[in-house]
Design a binder for this molecule. Structure first.
Ligand SMILES: Nc1nc2c(ncn2[C@@H]2O[C@H](COP(=O)(O)OP(=O)(O)OP(=O)(O)O)[C@@H](O)[C@H]2O)c(=O)[nH]1
Ligand SMILES: [Zn+2]
Length: 369
């Protein structure tokens, strides 16, 4: 996995010794606790569906979750469970119960609409984010840049797949144009129709690898994944057109693919309702960030400042103006999101202080005059 500097989202992988092995699942009176580490393949209210990590194709089983839908992470904080989480189970009543969540090697978050400080974790433990974009009609470079920034933020490794190579005269040239906005990212042009270019993408599907596919509707995500899986694991537009739901093939949202890899197919995850942050922007726009180090002012906004190396590069034709515009747009978005998260935290703290004050007023004090 490639590193994501200064991204707050991904939790560090614990040292191997800290990782609870099968023996760490506490012994239970009934002896019915499913042993070993389990993987969450679906989250419901009050319960999750899990499979053993060493037998991911087995029939999922239910495990109950604490009333708040959360479980403790190794750092002691509680977090709502997410698809892709690795959990330890115990049997307290007659049903297995989620006791603990392992440290998350990556998280895909969505800014929650509610007034909590929490972002909603759409999926955890994702290794590869496949950013799928069509070559026909023309790829939307701004969208690719946005999805790459979100992918970098997750802690997973982004890979771009350009679909429908059969429909354009110069897929290799277009691939280069996209690669220019994706520093440090592999970009593949493929045609599922003609079966070309798929090999390097197939190579990503190593046993145990968890991937997620994002991109606009109609980009060919389902067609691609089904071709890679050799089976219809992801409902295509055609399937839905004849009235069948998206999740006709399975009730799981973490779907095993041939060869032992797994696909996260959670509602909402194919889309783009995710959030960027400054650290991820520095990675997704490493060209801009590299130039910015040579600006005269450390806090240069690359607007009109004297000695701005970024503007100079645009002027010299070394950095496309479009690229700088994209960076500006995403930078504003990340800053806005950060401010909002701060405001939410401030509101939560304010509410906490008020609660404490109210409790003090209610507690027995000196008798009223
Ligand atoms: N010419 C061509 N068409 C393709 C290729 N791959 C997919 N398509 C077509 O693109 C259309 C959309 O494909 P889907 O796989 O359903 O797209 P999707 O990204 O899953 O779309 P949503 O489910 O709406 O998110 C379908 O009509 C496919 O047949 C390809 O390699 N070449
Ligand atoms: Zn500058």
């Amino acid at each position: 996995m490639q590193p994501v500097p200064s991204s707050p989202a991904p939790a560090a992988e614990p040292a191997p010794a800290a990782e609870p092995g099968p023996d760490a699942v506490p012994a239970v009176p009934s002896g019915a606790a499913p042993a070993g580490v389990h993987l969450v393949v679906r989250v419901d209210r009050g319960a999750v569906l899990v499979v053993p990590v060493d037998d991911v194709t087995s029939e999922p089983r239910r495990a109950v979750v604490d009333r708040d839908g959360a479980a403790p992470l190794p750092d002691g904080t509680r977090s709502p469970l997410a698809v892709g989480d690795r959990v330890d189970l115990a049997t307290t009543g007659h049903e297995p119960h989620v006791q603990a969540v392992h440290a998350r090697r990556s998280v895909l978050v969505r800014d929650s609409a509610g007034r909590t400080s929490h972002e909603q974790v759409l999926a955890a433990g994702v290794d590869v984010v496949l950013v799928v974009e069509h070559l026909d009609p023309d790829p939307d470079l701004g969208r690719v840049e946005r999805l790459l920034t979100l992918a970098w933020r997750s802690g997973a490794r982004p890979v771009v797949v350009l679909t429908k190579a059969d429909a354009v005269p110069d897929p290799a040239g277009m691939r280069q144009d996209v690669a220019a906005v994706a520093p440090g990212v592999d970009v593949h042009a493929v045609s599922v129709q003609e079966g070309t270019g798929l090999e390097p993408v197939r190579d990503l599907l190593a046993p145990g690898v968890v991937l997620v596919v994002v991109g606009p509707s109609g980009a060919g995500k389902s067609t691609l994944v089904n071709a890679l899986a050799g089976a219809p694991v992801m409902a295509t537009s055609q399937v839905r057109a004849d009235g069948r739901g998206r999740h006709t093939t399975t009730h799981r949202e973490l779907v095993p693919l041939a060869g032992g890899a797994m696909l996260v197919d959670t509602p909402g995850i194919r889309g783009v309702g995710l959030v960027a942050d400054a650290g991820a922007l520095d990675v997704a726009f490493s060209d801009v960030a590299g130039l910015a180090q040579r600006c005269r002012f450390a806090d240069c906004a690359h607007d009109a400042e004297p000695g701005c190396a970024v503007l100079a590069a645009v002027e010299a034709g070394d950095l496309p103006a479009r690229r700088l515009d994209s960076w500006r747009r995403l930078e504003r978005e990340a800053a806005h999101h950060a401010r909002r998260a701060d405001a939410r935290l401030a509101a939560l703290e304010h509410a906490r202080v008020r609660r404490v004050q109210r409790a003090r007023r209610r507690s027995p004090g000196p008798p009223r005059a």
